[in-house]
Design a protein around this ligand. Structure first.
Ligand SMILES: [Zn+2]
Length: 197
């Protein structure tokens, strides 16, 4: 009893991560029964994603460029935290204790998937150090193979700058994702970060 409109919606929803066709079908029927205001709000929110650009300084997602964190005078310049994904900034910000700045790689080195150093915006990162040299660079990458490979690469790349570099303490479950770590674990990993150089 499905229609072309429902089929279309189900096909789109089932392409979302962790959503199989059954869940997509359930969500599509939920939306069909939902109040028109809810559907309009949802489609407006999706539409507004078009206004999002990458911050020219830190590469996070933003509607104003530079982003609120980069243009803030309250945030400290002395710490620069390097993360894999823009959503990792949300995880660190939720801790409420980090007051420094960020840089987003939008991926990790992965030769198998064809992701190389040029995909991670590292040229932008190096340019950034010409105007603004932090007192510490914190590598907050996921404790996965790709995270470790990327951390080692960054350590070699950044070493000539003579800026202290640290990484999050062990304690995050191996192979886990920063965004799924609970606040206490992530907070401890941040506080107990280890100096690499
Ligand atoms: Zn920014």
């Amino acid at each position: 009893m499905k229609t072309a409109a429902l089929d279309d919606l189900i096909a789109h929803l089932s392409r979302l991560p962790s959503i199989g066709e059954r869940t997509a079908t359930r969500l599509a029927f939920y939306l069909l029964r939902a109040k028109p205001q809810f559907r309009e709000g949802l489609s407006r929110a999706i539409e507004r994603l078009q206004d999002i650009v990458l911050c020219s300084q830190c590469r996070t997602v933003t509607e104003q460029n530079p982003c609120a964190i980069c243009s803030s005078h309250v945030r400290q310049q002395k710490h620069l935290c390097i993360v894999e994904k823009a959503s990792d900034i949300y995880s660190v910000e939720r801790l409420g204790s980090y007051r420094g700045k960020y840089f987003v790689l939008h991926g990790l080195l992965n030769p198998m998937e064809g992701i190389g150093a040029e995909d991670l915006g590292l040229q932008r990162l190096m340019e950034r150090f010409q105007n603004d040299r932090p007192e510490e660079i914190i590598l907050a990458l996921n404790p996965t193979v790709e995270g470790d490979v990327t951390s080692s690469y960054l350590l070699r790349l950044l070493s000539p700058l003579q800026i202290p570099i640290s990484r999050l303490a062990a304690g995050l479950p191996i192979g886990s994702e920063l965004e799924f770590a609970d606040q206490i674990t992530l907070g401890k990993a941040f506080e107990g970060r280890t100096r690499l150089r």
